[in-house]
Design a protein around this ligand. Sequence first.
Ligand code: NAP
Length: 300
Amino acid sequence: MALRLDGRQLAAELENRLRSVISQGLGRAGRPPGLAVLRVGDDSASGVYVANKAKACARVGLHSRVQHFRADSAPAELLAAITALNRDPAVDGILLQLPLPTGLEEAPLLAAIDPAKDADGLHTLNLGRLLKGEPGPRSCTPAGVMALLARHGIEASGRRAVVVGRSILVGQPMALMLQAADATVSVAHSRTRELAALTRQAEILVVAAGRPRLLGAEHVSPAAVVVDVGIHRTAGGLCGDVRFEEVEPLASAITPVPGGVGPMTVTMLLVNTVVSWWQRTEAEAGGQGSLDHPLADLLP
Ligand code: NAP
């Protein structure tokens, strides 16, 4: 029976740690960390995600505010809102909830977010920092996967890792983080031939293809660690990109869906925001402008 990589449990542990970091810095900062979430349109899944993020902020002691825009909002209106948040001293993190409604381009809006307040770690500058191994906010989902592996003592160093998916949101930063942890990494995508032959080489297999139940027993070698990033609402309930019931008996460790990667994504959003708050308020208090902070082990 595979070890369950329980994201809910680790998220709860990290929330305790965040509460303690906030109480440590509150005296100096004089205010709690602040996260602003921009939601555009009425996509119901996005509505649930935004509500979950606001609840997590409240549990940990971050001040969150959600700005909800109509689906037909002009890009200029969204840019103006981002500019105002960039200037707002009480805002440490800004999150643009994706996907945006059809017709609105993500790239110029993500680029307008102050990189120091980039709660999702998706700004070009921060992706470049990840590529170069420089500190900065990290993409939440892959950083959450790395935290789950570390928490369960799963070493990436020297191991063969395969990432299925090459999106900027998940697959690409995941591959970079595994490589930074000294894994030997391959990335598969929709044009990959003989996917099963490749994924069977993986000692650590991360699946972020966005295809319900794409991978099964034939894709997994015995004792592999399997991380399922996918999440899909189907008539039969929530499922991932992995056929859990087939893969669990083979794997040495596996993430459940739900309760695996999802809760970690939300927690890492809080981590990025609390780190930004720590650094910004330390600089305001006349500190050395040091990049040091007490959560460095969580930003790979
Ligand atoms: P995405 O932008 O649609 O990217 C999917 C990637 O998978 C693409 O690179 C695509 O290849 C590749 N792919 C698609 N079909 C494939 C196939 N048959 N074989 C191999 N590769 C294939 O999706 P995403 O944003 O990365 O998200 C992936 C999944 O994770 C989704 O289910 C999403 O809902 C979920 N997600 C979960 C969380 C969480 O917190 N749990 C967070 C973010 C995303 P091409 O590049 O060739 O098109």
